[in-house]
Design a protein around this ligand. Structure first.
Ligand code: AMP
Length: 389
């Protein structure tokens, strides 16, 4: 891509498809750079809408509303990858879309995503496409058990997947999972889940953040530790993978690559999120330029900036009522930065906000975990599950 794309001037409008917290935090960062954000989402009063300069409440399939939206903005981005491909196709003919339709279509289909990762030089677990029941038997014969059967589209936070441990599990999983086709992946006996975030500007310049280590609870991200406590060579490779992915996707904006770390030090790619990611929220307080500012910069045609970290960090998601109950204490905590998303109903499993605990640079590796989590108001004990049940 050429370096001749002029940056948007202050006051220009960035259109954001999706009204969630990722769009909200992108809009806040874009506002700091002098831009106005216009949020387009089907739901009114969403976290993104609350901080937007302009709003469109309409379905993603409403072509007339999309045309009006395109006419009102200078560039379009999205904050979740399940935007219908037709929506971006409609907008793409009218206004620059960053990232573009190719990156979106690869990342919203696990089959294309896995093939793409392998082509980009990121190793992945053995996998097979499963279009009918006979193909499931053939895929299990080829890959073996245990294995993970997933929908190829529209899955998130562990939804739309089943672990197959025994041949007797196949029928129920096949009946339950939709939409099809499905993908069967070998079960990865990982020791850690890590993610790497890269930002790429319109001029092709790419920067990467430090790799983080992620813990999940009930399949939802619970805590990220920055930097990941992994050997230097592993961290470097993860960053290289993330850079390679955004370069090969020719993505303009931010993307996260989720990786499994194996006991022997190998990394296997799991998923790409072509947008700011929950595992990058720590950058809001531990870096000079957050993932949201990088995304806004890239989308607006400004240069991406330094992704260096000035502190170690632990990010805890505040989920449901339990997460919100920690807030009062966090407001008084030293070195804890609270971010709430403006959601009124604290339903179980709902991400209400997050808290970033900052630590002196280099101190996380040798720190005991429990006191850190206690400083983030961790109230409930219980299993933090690294793998699907
Ligand atoms: P995903 O929706 O692909 O991000 O998967 C959700 C979670 O399921 C991941 O964060 C892992 O903990 C687990 N998982 C996904 N795929 C596999 C796999 N092939 N082997 C083992 N665990 C997996």
């Amino acid at each position: 891509m050429s370096g001749t794309v002029a940056p948007l001037p202050p006051g220009a409008a960035i259109g954001i498809l999706g009204g969630g917290q990722l769009g909200r935090m992108t809009a806040l960062a874009a506002a700091s750079l002098g831009y106005r954000c216009h949020v387009y989402a089907p739901e009114d009063d969403s976290p993104g809408m609350q901080v937007a300069a302009a709003r469109t409440v309409a379905p993603y399939e409403d072509v007339a509303a999309l045309r009006r939206f395109a006419a009102a903005v200078d560039v379009v981005t999205f904050e979740f990858e399940n935007v219908p491909a037709d929506t971006l196709a409609t907008l793409g003919g009218l206004v620059p879309c960053r990232p573009g339709p190719r990156a979106l279509s690869i990342c919203q289909d696990r089959l294309r995503e896995k093939a793409f990762l392998a082509e980009a030089g990121v190793p992945v677990a053995p996998w097979r496409a499963v279009r009918d029941r006979a193909e499931l038997d053939a895929a299990v014969a080829a890959i073996g058990l245990p294995a993970v059967l997933k929908t190829s589209r529209l899955g998130y936070d562990g939804r739309g997947q089943a672990v197959l441990r025994d041949p007797a599990d196949l029928d129920a999983a096949w009946e339950r999972l939709s939409p099809r086709p499905l993908i069967l992946e070998a079960f990865v006996p990982f020791v850690l889940e890590v993610s790497a975030i890269a930002a790429r500007g319109v001029d092709g310049t790419t920067v990467t953040y430090d790799v983080v280590e992620n813990r999940h609870r009930h399949h939802i991200l619970d805590t990220s530790f920055a930097p990941a406590r992994v050997p230097e060579a592993v961290a470097r490779r993860a960053r290289e993978h993330a850079a390679r992915v955004v370069e090969e996707l020719e993505l303009v904006g931010v993307a996260a690559v989720e990786l499994f770390l194996l006991p022997d030090g190998r990394l296997l790619g799991n998923e790409i999120a072509p947008r700011p990611h929950n595992s990058g929220h720590w950058t809001m307080n531990a870096c000079g330029i957050s993932q949201f500012e990088q995304h806004a910069r890239a989308v607006a045609g400004l240069p991406v900036g330094d992704a260096a970290r000035h502190a170690d960090a632990v990010m805890r998601n505040l989920i449901g009522a339990e997460g919100m109950s920690a807030c009062a204490g966090l407001l008084h905590a030293r070195d804890v930065h609270l971010h709430l998303y403006g959601k009124s109903a604290a339903r179980p499993g709902r991400k209400m906000g997050h808290a970033n605990l900052l630590l002196p640079l280099g101190s996380l590796r040798d720190a005991a975990e429990d006191p850190l989590l206690a400083r983030l108001g961790r109230l409930q004990e219980g299993p933090v599950s690294p793998a699907p049940q």
